[in-house]
Design a protein around this ligand. Sequence first.
Ligand code: CO
Length: 294
Amino acid sequence: MKKQLQLLLFAFLLTLCLAAAGWTSGGHGQTAPKKVGILLVAFGSSKASAQVSFENIQKNVKSAYPNIPTRWAYTSTIIRKKLAKQGKFLDSPEVALARMMDEGFTHVAVQSLHTIGGSEYHDLRRTVGAFKSMGGFQRIILGYPLLATQKDMQQAVHAILETIPKERKKNEAVVLMGHGSHHPSNAFYASLMFQLQLKDPNIFVGTVEGYPGVDLIKELLIRNNIKKAYLMPFMSVAGDHAKNDMAGDEDDSWKSIFTRAGIQCIPILKGTAEYDLFVDMWVDHLQGPLSHFE
Ligand code: CO
């Protein structure tokens, strides 16, 4: 017991000494000036229509944190390659962070612009972890995606109820199309549908690549005797999935599948990041990391 106390005291004194010597703040005994930055990380999109979403996020982050420099990164290699061919060069999170290190940032808040904490988010978490253990930044912290906590779920329900078309009647459905994932976090979509339906039984959440799929959503629409449905992407941008898988004219689009089941479809091609109510949630999540830098 006495030995433990001595060890504790030793650790405490050592911490004090290191802090006094500015040990933690870089080479040659000099304290690197504190420079806080934000890195916004999206999956990315090559569609020009998606740009409105990204610009809206940028505008909201700037107005919340006018004095903090902001950088962007896209996680999708395919999209970065497509954009590079058009002369637009976007960084991967790894390159963006290396650049920020080079620019002398000491504290970086990395904000995920993903919807759920799926594989993309966890890849990003691994990258942030690698930069953390490498040193170089004094602090680097990753912010939550859109849906992480129960508070997020409640805010998302509120945001959805506020953004569905005003002309929609209660006996008409709203079908949100999420991306979906093989990652366990895919469960957020069904959870969101459950919480939405406590407020409004004709709002549905399906996914392109996960559960619930389009066939199950079709069954549910038929069971509720739905004759008309508003289709909305539950993705930050109205990109390829929204345009083709949701609203396209191909036989296997959601619009075509529901139309064949006798349901009139009205697609709305607007990503969640075009609505401030959703963007506010991502911007709020930046508070977590940034509050640790004070
Ligand atoms: Co996809």
